[in-house]
Design a protein around this ligand. Structure first.
Ligand SMILES: [Zn+2]
Length: 436
């Protein structure tokens, strides 16, 4: 009985792998492989099904392999955004409070399907959602099942944080309003923190996000205050790590960052008020910084030009704080802290983060590492994504120029392949990329 079932499974496995078996060779004019800072010239990337099997010098065409001609382009690993909110609207497109009160999880899943499809077209073949609801799990799984096009997703579900903190959706609203999801992240004791982490795991989270400090785009809290206790943070980190999940922490003030780093967080998101000492401590602990310059630029412009679209009372906080992170980036770079790319947007241009990091002092090669190799390391998936090497997913992006000498290329992606499937070619979505 057992043997017959096993043989059946084996046969089914062989048949499906035969049906899917596909060899592709990509002729790359230049390859920035996510390992070396300098390009390899004129190489062939060998792909079997969804994985890279080798990189060879010169343009080779093995028998039976489909040739993808990118011989006049620069090929890179698929980009990775470590800080997205897949259903988040741009502030210039929707009033945040009105949107929150007129859209449920199902509405948000449909918005997320549109924004993740666009993300993939921009070259982002992987992304980490650090704050959403059950719709993030559903969209992640729908993409993984091939039902809709989008990046591979790692999701945190609702950020954990205190009552009246940055993650408390009820802050600033009529206190009589309720939504089941709003309470999912509220943590006011270490015991609650332990339970919330376990609940998130049960509901499908890949990682945990927490909000140790106040925020900017939220009513009633102060980005300069630490709002979670050291003990709460430590409980979140220890429980998450024991369950194999990493912890991303939204934090602004130096003291709160240092407390979170000592508690063992894997990444500091934003980190706007970090000092040289803060970065030195992060470097010593191997903690990543995810600067999220795109969201600050986007919200600064909205606060200046369309304050009525922001959450009530938040425009002054945006104007006072949003220019600090880019001014602080050179200090972070100088400190040698590890940096991963994160835009903190859903709708919109995620590759803008490359442009902003480079415009504010990062070398283009390092920006590419931030959005590929480093991001993969932070996610904990370097064995699958973030570089073009044997065994990794065939996640490739190509541009027509040289992104190291012309950084605007990061925002002009010509070709996108994810897991061996081409989603964009000649600057336009393929049928797979359009979701057909
Ligand atoms: Zn965020």
């Amino acid at each position: 009985m057992f043997h017959r079932a096993a043989a059946g499974l084996l046969l089914a496995g062989l048949m499906s792998s035969t049906a899917l078996a596909r060899d592709v060779v990509v002729h790359a004019g230049a390859l920035l492989d996510g390992v070396s800072p300098t390009p390899l010239k004129q190489v062939s990337i060998l792909i079997h099904d969804d994985r890279v099997t080798g990189v060879q010098p010169g343009f080779v065409s093995p028998a039976g392999a489909e040739v993808v001609d990118l011989s006049s382009e620069t090929v890179m690993p698929g980009f990775i955004d470590c800080h997205v909110h897949i259903s988040a609207r741009l502030p210039s497109k929707a009033n945040a409070t009105e949107y929150a009160l007129t859209h449920n999880d199902i509405d948000r899943a449909f918005d997320a399907a549109v924004f993740t499809r666009a993300m993939l077209q921009q070259g982002f073949t992987s992304a980490r959602d650090v704050g959403g609801g059950d719709e993030t799990v559903s969209v992640r799984d729908a993409i993984a099942d091939g039902k809709i096009p989008g990046p591979r997703l790692w999701v945190s579900l609702e950020p954990l944080g205190p009552t009246a903190g940055h993650g408390d959706a009820k802050s600033g609203l009529d206190q009589g309003l309720e939504h089941p999801g709003w309470a999912n992240g509220i943590v006011d004791t270490p015991e609650q923190a332990r339970i919330r982490v376990r609940e998130h795991k049960r509901r499908g989270a890949n990682l945990i996000k927490m909000m140790p400090s106040g925020g900017i785009a939220s009513t009633g809290d102060d980005p300069r205050q630490q709002l979670m206790t050291d003990e709460e943070m430590k409980t979140v980190v220890d429980t998450a790590h024991s369950l194999g999940m990493k912890v991303a922490a939204h934090i602004y003030p130096a003291g709160a960052i240092e407390a979170a780093v000592r508690a063992g967080v894997d990444s500091v998101e934003h980190g706007s008020f970090a000092t040289a000492d803060t970065f030195a401590l992060m470097k010593a602990h191997g903690t990543y910084l995810v600067p999220t310059l795109t969201v600050f630029e986007t919200f600064y412009v909205a606060a200046r030009d369309q304050p009525e679209l922001l959450t009530p009372g938040t425009a002054p906080k945006e104007l006072a704080n949003d220019q600090l992170p880019k001014r602080n980036l050179p200090l972070a770079i100088k400190s040698g802290v590890k940096i991963a790319l994160g835009s903190d947007i859903g709708e919109g241009d995620h590759a803008q983060e490359f442009t902003l990091m480079i415009a504010n002092g990062m070398a283009p090669a390092d920006a590419l590492f931030a959005g590929t190799r480093n991001a993969a390391d932070l996610i904990g998936a370097s064995d699958r994504i973030g570089s073009v090497q044997p065994g990794r997913f065939a996640d490739l992006v190509a541009v027509k120029g040289d992104p190291l000498s012309d950084p605007s290329q990061f925002e002009k992606v010509d070709f996108v392949m994810k897991g061996g499937t081409v989603y964009r070619r000649n600057g336009a979505p393929t049928a797979a990329g359009a979701g057909e």
